[in-house]
Ligand binder design. Structure first.
Ligand code: SF4
Length: 173
């Protein structure tokens, strides 16, 4: 009976902690999204300074239009994912991932990222790939786990199940 009670309390505590983490992540995400909308008129200039690319401010109107699409896409989950999973690299399922990028643009918020640029033969490339900021973002961690691959239907990477190693004693010839 006490064992059952202890297990119930433990389960309740874990689920409460998970709910609290989700609440904090969502609050931080909403703060970021709100901040981006407030700073919208300045974002072309800020991105030009941050990523050292003059085109964002030169093409001001186009950058604002793309930025609105970008922020909407961010609000659909990537910012929460960042605070919940990417910071601290909390991966729900320990997996090994193999493959390489085919530059399809799916993981760039389904091609809605403001920094995504068309490359040759229907491929895409990141316009801020050179930036250290990109490396500490969702983009730098992709794919983090199986859910990440599924979320964007990534054709380049696959989860490889971990195979336990069995030691076999070598028999003398
Ligand atoms: S979804 Fe996969 S293959 Fe496509 S750009 Fe992203 S990492 Fe590359």
């Amino acid at each position: 009976m006490f064992a059952n009670l202890a297990a119930s309390i433990k389960q309740f505590t874990v689920s409460e902690s998970v709910n609290f983490q989700k609440l904090i992540s969502r609050t931080l995400a909403l703060t970021c999204i709100g901040g981006m909308y407030l700073l919208l008129p300045l974002l072309p200039l800020l991105t030009t300074i941050l990523f050292w690319r003059v085109k964002y401010v030169v093409q001001y109107g186009q950058t604002i239009k793309k930025m609105l699409i970008h922020i909407k896409a961010l609000n659909e989950g990537p910012v929460s994912h960042y605070f919940q999973d990417v910071i601290g690299k909390v991966s729900s399922i320990p997996v090994q991932i193999q493959g390489s990028c085919t530059q399809c643009g799916n993981c760039c918020m389904d091609k809605r990222c403001v920094f995504l640029e068309a490359a040759e033969e229907g491929k895409y490339q990141c316009g801020i790939y050179h930036s250290p900021l990109r490396r500490i973002s969702n983009c730098g961690s992709f794919p983090l786990n199986a859910q990440d691959i599924k979320r964007y239907s990534c054709p380049g990477y696959v989860v490889v199940q971990e195979v336990p190693i069995h030691w076999v004693k070598k028999t003398p010839n």
